[in-house]
Design a binder for this molecule. Sequence first.
Ligand SMILES: [Ca+2]
Length: 86
Amino acid sequence: MSVVCPGGGMLVAGQEQDIRGGQFSSSESFVGELHGLNVWNYVLSSDEIQQLASSCGHLGNVMAWPDLLAGVTGHVQRINTSFCAG
Ligand SMILES: [Ca+2]
């Protein structure tokens, strides 16, 4: 199945939005730790996912973790970790 997403959208992680980019509710927010979120424009195989989970330095070809970090807003605490630090 192939689905084309129109441009000009936004990616929201950690919140459920009732309208595009807004009407967030704290009761519907993600509480936890998130690391290495990447987006690819194709479906990853099970083997690729397993490889990604056990190694570092992979970047999605649509959106990569450093791109997401640059746009972090809201009540987010950034924690320095040695996980995938090099
Ligand atoms: Ca809602």
